[in-house]
Every structure is written in structure tokens, then in C-alpha cells.
Design a protein around this ligand. Structure first.
Ligand code: FAD
Ligand code: NAI
Length: 475
């Protein structure tokens, strides 16, 4: 006997579980199916983000940052320690405990909101008049039907052609987050978000890290001035980043991994490492969904084709998050999940793609929202730029972290904020003010006229806004 729901959500990552909760809040009878298993084989909802993405990476970034501070920065505060050591197994166990708290939290939220959770793989069986039949395979097979289906099946790490992840020597984000010891030499292919975050973790713990990047520019999507400042800081830390390389043959042996590549000058080079992380982007995941059974349309990259409102080619079938177009970010997936649940309820959910913030959780952190200076130039928009360095911010000095700046780009005529770019301490938190400002179509002058607490890093944002009008007070 099949069970009938109003809405079935396939996938309980940030896109799926948030969509399920919002749909339940709106009065629908909701099922959410997710196949992720924890080490004991039990359910582990939360998707990539919770299990092998945002949450565990930030846990390791925190641990490794504490380690680096204890080793290199405590002394300047007058704190002396004995020899500082790192118990990698304990650090990884703490990370696992943080992940479990989040898994359990989602199961609790499902109960609280009366979302029926099914642990197993969800696949389309058939479409029938008025709905879809979905099979749940797993320990307790089931059949569910509903008029509305939200697909939120996420993404998987992209492998280099012919170089499969073995998670021993050749690591995806999954293996990179559960190394049992610090590799002496760590190679990373791809200096994007994962390469920089994971490279930072293992460098702080003592690995000699070399990142090989295919493109000639560093962080091409980031505002050039900000990327340059970040690169300077990473160089100083000893994170070796080689740009413009062409990766060739990769071989593994008992000793580790050998990577042949051509450098930017066209010379053949080789890199020997104990471990290799491949972080060259992610691919949408529809494995096991049986999309063909109902004719769900995918594009050439394997992403589910959706319109601006996350509608697929099938009536009543929606798709959100990493499995569709747009940035692969947890908060983007969540916003789409909420918007779709609201659309199903006849409301007008909306996601503003222009105001989705990005954060890279390195040290210094890099965060931005809106357009970069190079994008504004390409779009032919006349703009004014204001920057303020953390070096001139009292709180940053007190923290002992004065790297970087806040940069605000505003329309030359109207003064409307078009982009905010930050490299420096707590950029991940500071960017929220910029997002709110842009959502409210604030001008740079609005920020400049708002009282900011002293001493706080946020004063750098106010000063950057003043700088747009060439009237900083503290620089
Ligand atoms: P996912 O989180 O991938 O969830 C999909 C879920 O669907 C999974 O649980 C999967 O098991 C399940 N599933 C798939 N197919 C089926 C099926 N047929 N039946 C049942 N279940 C199925 N983003 C940020 O915004 N901030 C960060 O700091 C950040 N850090 C990251 C760090 C790393 C190392 C990685 C890899 C990613 C990071 N991301 C970050 C990206 C973020 O994790 C993703 O954008 C986000 O998880 C996408 O959410 P989603 O719900 O679309 O998919
Ligand atoms: P990415 O797209 O951020 O970076 C991939 C990098 O690899 C690019 O610089 C690209 O030029 C390079 N590259 C691609 N093919 C290559 C090749 N053959 N040789 C050398 N270099 C090559 O992808 P990444 O780092 O794998 O992360 C995937 C996604 O996960 C991110 O785009 C982001 O959406 C999400 N993520 C978000 C985080 C955050 O928000 N803080 C943290 C980690 C991941």
C-alpha cells in the first residue's frame, strides 16, 4: 500500500530539508526522503553541507586556526605554552560530533514540524493523473505518492578524467575532511573554494601544501583588488599556489601520488605528494532518481532544467539547490527550498540571485555580494569605489588581525550600492550588513550615516562607505 502526501521532497540537504519544513509550516502533509548513512548505517540528514561540506570544513578550519594561533600568535599576547601538539584523531572526532549534532538537529526539526522522514533512496516510478509515485529503497522499502515533488538531490565532487577518487591517496572533499594524520606533502588541484579552505586546514597543521590551478588568474570570480590582497596573505602563509598549469598524468604508489604537469611557461614539471585533493568543481547529482521514468529533463551537464522559479518540465515537479543552475551554495539551496514551498502554497516566494553572498572561510576570510569592479567595467556601469583597510580599524588592531579591507562599489550617479567586497577578519559576518543594504537598495551614504558600534570591525564598512564620497574619518 502506498502512502499519500501533499509534497514529497527527495534529498534532505539544505535545499530539501528546509523545503520540507517550510511546506509543513504551510499546512502540507510532507515526506522527505534521504539516503545518506552515518558510520553506523543510520540516517544522516543534512546532505553534503552537513556531512562532508560546510559544517565539517568549518569545524576543521576552527580547530586548525586555534592550533595556528597557539603556535604563532599567543606569544604576542604574553601567553606562553609548552610545545603545542595536535591530536588529529581528536580533532576529526570533534568534527564528527559537530556533524552528528547537526544530523540529530534535523531529525528533531522533522519531528517538530511533523515531516515524515524516510531513510533510503527515492526514485520516480511513474507519473499518473494527479501525481507521481516514488519508490523508497533501503532498509524499509516503501511507496509514496504525491501531487507535488521537490527534487533536492545535490551534487558530487567532479573527478579528473581517468583519475577516480580512492579517498586514500586521491581525495575528494570527503576524504580531505577525514585524514587520520597530517600529510607531509599535500597537493591540491584547483584553487577554488575547497582547495583554499582545505589547503588552509592542512597547511596550518604542518603540511607543505601546493595548489595547482588551471586558470592564469587567481580567484577570477572575486574582485581583482580583493583577490590580489588575499593572494598576498596566502603567499605569506606559505600556501604555494601555481597558476596557469595543465595537469597531466597522475599515478599513485605506496609512497603517495605523482602529478605531472606543464607550468605557465610551458615547462614540464612533476610534483610528488603524500596525498592529493582534487577540487575542480562539482557535478549535479541525479544518480538513482530514475528521472527517465517520468521524462524529467536534464541539461548537458546533468543538471535538472528549471525556470527562474525552480519549475521543471513536469507539472508539479520542482528542483532546487546544487542539482539545478546557479551557485552551489547551501544558503542558495535553502532560499530556493523556501520559495518553492511557498509557490506550491500559492504564495510568491522569491530568490534574489543578485544578493546571494559568497564567503571563503580562509584566513583572511573573503566575502562578497553583488558585482565586482571588473564586472561593472564590462557592463559599462559608471561607479565610485571606496575602500577602507583593517589596518586603520581599532578593533582589528586589538584582535591582532589587520589584514585586508572593505571595498564598496556604488553607482556613480545614484550612489546605490552595487557590490561589497571584503577580505579580512570576520568577513563572513560583516557581509550580512552589505546584503541587507543591497536588498533595501541602500546608497553608500545610507551606510555612512548609520551609527556603527565602536570598536567593531563593522566600522570598516561604514568607513568604506564614507570613502565612496572621499571622506573617511579614520584614514
Ligand atoms: P546536498 O547538500 O548535496 O544534499 C542532497 C541530499 O540528497 C544528500 O543527503 C543525498 O544523500 C540525498 N540524495 C541524493 N539523491 C537521492 C535520492 N535519489 N534519494 C534519496 N536521497 C538522495 N556552501 C555554503 O554555502 N557554505 C559553505 O561554507 C560551504 N562549504 C562547503 C564545503 C565543502 C567541502 C563542500 C563540498 C561544499 C560546501 N558548500 C558550502 C556547498 C554546499 O554544501 C552545497 O551547496 C549544499 O549542500 C547544496 O545543498 P543541496 O540540498 O542542494 O544538496
Ligand atoms: P570551484 O569551482 O570553487 O573551484 C574549482 C577550481 O578548479 C577553479 O579555480 C578551476 O579553474 C580549477 N580547475 C578546474 N579544472 C581544473 C583542472 N583540470 N586543473 C587545474 N585546475 C582546474 O570548485 P570547488 O573548490 O571544487 O568547490 C565546489 C563548490 O562547492 C564551490 O564552487 C562552491 O559552490 C561550493 N563550496 C562553497 C564553499 C563556501 O561557500 N565557503 C566552500 C567549499 C565549497
Amino acid at each position: 500500500m502506498s502512502q499519500t502526501f501533499d509534497v514529497i521532497v527527495i534529498g534532505a540537504g539544505p535545499g530539501g530539508y528546509i523545503a520540507a519544513i517550510r511546506a509543513a509550516q504551510l499546512g502540507f502533509k510532507v515526506a522527505c526522503i534521504d539516503e545518506w548513512k552515518n558510520a553506523a548505517g543510520g540516517p544522516a540528514p543534512g546532505g553534503t553541507c552537513t556531512n562532508v561540506g560546510c559544517i565539517p570544513s568549518k569545524a576543521l578550519l576552527q580547530s586548525s586556526e586555534h592550533f595556528e594561533h597557539a603556535q604563532h600568535h599567543f606569544a604576542e599576547h604574553g601567553i606562553s605554552t609548552g610545545k603545542v601538539t595536535m591530536d588529529v584523531a581528536k580533532m576529526v572526532a570533534r568534527k564528527d560530533a559537530v556533524v552528528k549534532q547537526n544530523n540529530d538537529g534535523i531529525l528533531y526539526l522533522f519531528k517538530k514540524n511533523k515531516v515524515s522522514f524516510f531513510h533510503g533512496r527515492g526514485s520516480f516510478v511513474r507519473a499518473f493523473e494527479g501525481g507521481y509515485e516514488i519508490a523508497v529503497s533501503g532498509d524499509k522499502p516503501d511507496t509514496l505518492v504525491a501531487k507535488q515533488v521537490i527534487v533536492a538531490t545535490g551534487s558530487n565532487a567532479r573527478a579528473l578524467p581517468g583519475v577516480a577518487f580512492d579517498e586514500v591517496n586521491i581525495l575528494s572533499n570527503d576524504g580531505a575532511l577525514r585524514l587520520s594524520a597530517v600529510p607531509k606533502k599535500l597537493a591540491v588541484i584547483g584553487s577554488g573554494v575547497i582547495g583554499l579552505e582545505m589547503g588552509s586546514v592542512w597547511r596550518r597543521l604542518g603540511a607543505e601544501v601546493t595548489i595547482l590551478e588551471g586558470l592564469p588568474t587567481f580567484l577570477g570570480a572575486v574582485d581583482e583588488q580583493i583577490a590580489k590582497e588575499a593572494k598576498k596573505a596566502f603567499d605569506k602563509q606559505g600556501l604555494k599556489i601555481e597558476l596557469g598549469v595543465k595537469v597531466g598524468e597522475i599515478t599513485t604508489s605506496k609512497k603517495g601520488v605523482s602529478i605531472a604537469y606543464t607550468d605557465a611557461k610551458g615547462e614540464s614539471r612533476g610534483l610528488e605528494a603524500d596525498k592529493l585533493i582534487v577540487s575542480i568543481g562539482r557535478v549535479p547529482n541525479t544518480i538513482g532518481l530514475n528521472a527517465e521514468a517520468v521524462g524529467l529533463k536534464l541539461d548537458e551537464r546533468g543538471a535538472i532544467v528549471v525556470d527562474d522559479e525552480c519549475r521543471t518540465n513536469l507539472p508539479g515537479v520542482w528542483a532546487v539547490g546544487d542539482v539545478v543552475r546557479g551557485p552551489m551554495l547551501a544558503h542558495k539551496a535553502e532560499e530556493e527550498g523556501v520559495a518553492v514551498a511557498e509557490r506550491i502554497a500559492g504564495q510568491h516566494g522569491h530568490v534574489h540571485f543578485n544578493t546571494i553572498p559568497w564567503v571563503i572561510y580562509t584566513s583572511p576570510e573573503i566575502a562578497w555580494v553583488g558585482r565586482t569592479e571588473q564586472q561593472l567595467k564590462a557592463d559599462g556601469v559608471a561607479y565610485k569605489a571606496g575602500t577602507f583597510p583593517f589596518l586603520a580599524n581599532g578593533r582589528a588592531r586589538a584582535l591582532g588581525d589587520t589584514t585586508g579591507m572593505v571595498k564598496i562599489l556604488a553607482d556613480a550617479k545614484t550612489d546605490e550600492i552595487l557590490g561589497v567586497h571584503i577580505v579580512g577578519p570576520m568577513a563572513s559576518e560583516l557581509i550580512a550588513e552589505a546584503v541587507v543594504a543591497m536588498e533595501f537598495k541602500a546608497s553608500a551614504e545610507d551606510i555612512a550615516r548609520i551609527c556603527h558600534a565602536h570598536p567593531s570591525l563593522s566600522e570598516a564598512t561604514k568607513e568604506a562607505a564614507l570613502a565612496v564620497d572621499k571622506r573617511t574619518l579614520n584614514f
